[in-house]
Design a protein around this ligand. Structure first.
Ligand code: 2YG
Length: 278
């Protein structure tokens, strides 16, 4: 679980419209459209509801404490998407109590390990890691020509984000190849996926860069930086990178730009909000 920094977060709110244009150009859908597509919700219905759906973002001081700009940026993303959102005036328990007494429809809050959303009416809980993996796999499907059905997709990083991405890849009838520095983790994920979903799963136990040659689609769900050599980027048709930082060098990001989607918070927050709307 990567802990974002204020440096990661502070540029986000001013480039939401630019990012929406980039996503629309690469996938045909906006942030909200991609989130609805990934979560199986009707975009028009969500747009109708969002304006009257209030989501309070509650600062959480536990563990390593507040990341400045985190809550304000989450709230800015929600407001940009059309939701009624604000940062709670109090943190932690008092913030939760106020959300209930002020009739918020939902809250979002993050400690060091979990970033979650709660619908205060339906009791629905949404988890950022799970929906982030889901929406980045969906974005890859929208970006690559002909979609990922029938294609092999390398998922690097077998944590909660990578696992959710792998499950969505299977849901869209792609063939996941799972890699992790810790081969036990990739082996365990491959076993879970084939047990749960009866699907073909390729375990990549060599160096992932070497594996790239046989995967034209990549989901980088690792916190590793610069693990993909620029020289191996040619055959990659499309890559989405929910991992922070993305595993590309600066040059690699320039090479991949037209067929790369990466962000540090936006798509995951959009998918959480859509997940909370009944
Ligand atoms: O309330 C606050 O300001 C802090 N307690 C927030 C702490 C968030 C820690 N988690 C992360 O930085 C990321 N895991 C958030 C999600 C990144 C996008 N996948």
């Amino acid at each position: 679980m990567t802990r974002l920094t204020t440096k990661d977060i502070s540029p986000i709110r001013d480039r939401l419209a630019d990012y929406d244009r980039e996503l629309t150009q690469k996938t045909g859908l906006t942030m909200l459209g991609l989130a609805c597509h990934a979560m199986g919700k009707d975009l028009d219905a969500v747009i109708q509801r969002a304006g009257s759906f209030s989501i309070q973002v509650i600062p959480n001081t536990s563990g390593q404490g507040i990341i400045s700009d985190f809550c304000t940026t989450v709230s800015a993303i929600l407001t940009y998407l059309g939701f009624k959102s604000r940062v709670a005036s109090e943190s932690d328990v008092a913030g939760f109590a106020h959300a209930f007494t002020s009739n918020a429809d939902a809250v979002m809050t993050a400690d060091d390990l979990t970033f979650a959303g709660f619908n205060l009416h339906t009791r629905k809980v949404t988890d950022n890691s799970a929906v982030t993996g889901w929406v980045f796999a969906s974005a890859l499907d929208r970006m690559v020509h002909g979609g990922i059905a029938g294609k092999k997709v390398l998922i690097a990083g077998c944590g909660p984000v990578g696992e959710a991405a792998a499950r969505q890849v299977i849901d869209i009838r792609g063939i996941p190849g799972v890699y992790d520095l810790d081969a036990d983790k990739s082996g365990a994920l491959a076993a879970r996926l084939s047990n749960d979903l009866g699907s073909e799963v390729i375990t990549v136990d060599t160096d992932p860069a070497a594996a790239l040659g046989s995967f034209s689609c990549v989901i980088d769900a690792t916190p590793a930086s610069e693990w993909i050599p620029d020289s191996l980027l040619g055959p990659i048709a499309a890559m989405t990178a929910p991992g922070v930082p993305p595993g590309l060098s600066e040059t690699g990001r320039d090479i991949m730009e037209p067929r790369l989607i990466h962000d540090k918070l936006e798509l995951g927050v959009a998918a959480m909000a859509v997940d909370l709307i009944p």
